[in-house]
Every structure is written in C-alpha cells, then in structure tokens.
Design a protein around this ligand. Sequence first.
Ligand SMILES: Cc1ncc(COP(=O)(O)O)c(C=O)c1O
Length: 498
Amino acid sequence: MKTEAGALLSSLRIDRGSDRKISIQLYMGLRDIILSGGATPGDRLPASRTLAREVGVSRTTVIDALDRLIAEGLLESRVGSGTYVSTALANQPRTQLAPQSGPAPAIEPRLSHATTHAARHFAPRSWLPHRSQTFITALPALDAFPMAHWARLSARHWRGSRDEIMGYGHPLGHAGLRRAIASHLNAGRGIKCDPEQIFIVAGAQQAFSLISSVLLNPGDHVWFENPGAIGARNALVASGADLVPVDIDENGLVVTDGLQKAPHFRLAFVTPSHQQPLGHVMSLSRRLQLLQAAENADAMIVEDDYDGEFYYGNQPQPPLKSIDSQGRVLYVGTFSKSLFPSLRLGFILSPPGLVDTFEKVTASWLSGVPTATQAIVAEFMEEGQFSTHIRLMRRTYKARHDALLEASSTMKHLIRVQSTASGFHTVGYLDDASDENRLVKRAAEENIIVAPLNRYCLSPISRKGLVLGFGGTNPDEIRRGVAILKTVAESDRNNWSA
Ligand SMILES: Cc1ncc(COP(=O)(O)O)c(C=O)c1O
C-alpha cells in the first residue's frame, strides 16, 4: 500500500445512514483490511489529512479511528515519519487474526471427563412445559394463582428503598426469605431448623447440582429411585457418580434392594412425600430403615420434597428431615410447585455439619436468583398468603384428583389410574401388551399430553404406565381428557390386536 490512499480506500465502506458512528466504521474498516492481509506489516498509511479528504470525513474522525488501532497494536506511529501497519503482526499467522465472516469452522472442542461421561448417561428430557395442557405434568394450577395480589406486592416492592432493591443480593440468600422458609418449615412441616441452615438457590435442580459438587466424587454410588426424577438424575450424573437403580414399591424405596446392589453407597436420593413419578408416600418403617442404612454406610440422603405441601390424604407422614436425628438428610424445597416454576426459586436446608461448607461454597459465587424475586416471596410468606394459597391448592388438587379417579373408572379395563394422597400427578397403569410410547404419541395427536413411565427409568421395569398430571387441568377438562384418552387406547388396542 505505498502511500496511495486509493488502493486502501477502495475497500472501505462508510454508511452514512447507519446508527454506528463514522469513526467506529472507519476503525472497523481499517481493522478488517489489516487483519485480512489487505495491508502488510510495515506498510505506511496515507497521511490523516489525505485519508480524511478521500473518505469525506473530518480529520478528527480519522485521528480517532487511528488512535484506536494504535492502542490495539495494529498500527504504530513513528515520530516525524507517519503511521504504519504494526511490524509485530509479521509474526502472527493471518488465519488467527482474520475476523470471522460466515460460519465458524467446525472444530470439535475437547470436553471435560465429567461431561463426556455424563453425556452418555443423561436421561433424555423433553423441554419442561411452559403452558398448561390436559394431563401435562410438572405445572401447578396456574389458573388458581392469586395474580392480582402478587402484582400489588411486586409493585410495592419496587417502590421501596433503592439501596435495598438495586444492589447485589446476599450470596446465601435474602435474609427475610431464609427466615420465612425456616419458620414455615418449623410451623407447617414439623422440621426444626434455623434460618442459617437455609441456602437459597435457583430451583431444586440447582440444589441437586450444588449438593453433588459438594458431596460426590466420580464413581461414588448413589441410590436412585427407579423409576425416578429425571432432572435430579441428570444433576447427579453430571458429577460423574454411579447411579444405582433401586426398586420402588407401595411403601417407597426398597432399602433391602439398595443394600443388595450397593451397600457402600455415598448418597441416596429420595422423594418420600410423593414418589416421583409413581406417587407413593414412603412408609414410616421404610424411612427409619433408610436412615439406619445411611448411618451404617456413613452416607447422606437428599430428600426432594417438591410437592409434599399438597397432602390431602388422612395421615401425612412427617418429612424424613423431621426424624433425622443424626444430620444426614439434606432437605430440598422448591417454589416451582407451591407458587410457579418461572420464579426459579428453591432452597437447601442443610444439616448442621454442612452449614460451613455451604456458606463457603455459595459465598464464592453469587446465587442466580434475583433479589427482588426473593424479597417478594418473603413478603408473600410473612403476610400469611403462602399458607393460605397452599391450603386452597390442597383443596383444588384434591378436587382434580377425585375428578380424574371418578372419570377414569370408565376406562379401567384399558388404563388403571392409581389414587394418590398428595401432589398433582399420578400413574395410569397399562397391561403388558400395551405400548407406552405409541399411546403417548397417539394421545399427543389429540392434544393430550401424557408421559411414558419408561422415561423415568434408570433401568427397565416390568410395569407399564402413563404419568398423568392433573394440577393444571380443571375437572371439566379432566373428564374430556379421559374420554379422549379412552378412545385413543381403545383404537390402539383394536388396531394392534387385529
Ligand atoms: C422430582 C422433582 N423435584 C423438583 C422439581 C422442581 O425443580 P425446580 O425447582 O428446579 O423447578 C421437579 C420439577 O418438575 C421435579 O419433578
């Protein structure tokens, strides 16, 4: 590029209609010419006055662009001589310097051992639902949420002190929310605990990942309910642990099966209040057996109490945590079911022996839960709205459960829907000749969303069934849904037995 401006400028494009400042466009244009080899290290640039005239901009604009390129080391200024393409670029391969245009080349970055291992063991998970549909699982009754009150509370929060609402939140969680959760657990769930034991996280899934990183080493044996929760399973697998599928019966986790398969387990993951997905409540004797097994193996237990608030049977079992005299149970709670899932809000109730560790770990990174969300939920709890909402929802879910059981009696020769005592999903069992996946697909064609039991299995089980959510479906829709499901199951049976 001698000093002729023409050759250099022929490829410079300035768009005067663009929102981007002219000096920035000039800087980017020159940078691209240099990086793509359009100018060679040591080449002298035209004088700033010449550049300004040729491009039709002020000299100040040109100097501004050149100064940036000098600061980035792409140009160098030699006193009394002019501005040159930096000679240091001579040693840099141009392919590394050239800006990307078009798609990036398809290199395959090397993955960590943990991710390579986990990718082979992750359970396939369809996206969690964001809107209610008949029998969809995981969503609470969004139609029954007290939105007007929530909106007023939120607006009041945002009118508060700016320091309170705009600064960084506390890494262990909002103090008011930690207090409110501890007092709810003491009063409502019979769990004795202090606010200092509560750590706020972005949903139960993050709790499981955090617990895995604190307690598990690759290869550790983890007892896992089979069938069991898909999200928790993936979080535990990501740590490189070996998940041991443990049988479930109507009393919950079959502890003797776990002992037979992996007596030296490091952790057990359980959903005692409402087994995910079968819906059984773990019996007291099984709870005691599990605590004893953990003591013998010096293991810890994760109690995932995702929907235990909604017990509508006769005799609720106390949470495992409330009878944990040794401090082996990490109790995980979520607001995804008791309020709504987009909050991304959950907590870990740590046993005393892990409080220091969780303090250190959570204080070293900042929780992803917005302070505003935490403060609003804290107030919702403190003013008693949370308990009121839970009470109302218990009634709503009981009504929806009963509607499902009643309507489904007409299809019990095809799908036997099991009664449950809490939560808002249950299982409809199929006979051995049925094909779960085919039924799920056919039902989806009719906008009925059910999940096959096999999706929850770490290792295959003999029972076949469909998981039916009833929380987000009102009784009329439930009756309509059962009628459609019955027709689908009948026509499937006729087609395949013909
Ligand atoms: C067994 C189980 N635990 C916990 C949760 C809640 O997870 P999160 O709090 O991350 O929404 C779910 C969600 O569906 C679940 O199925």
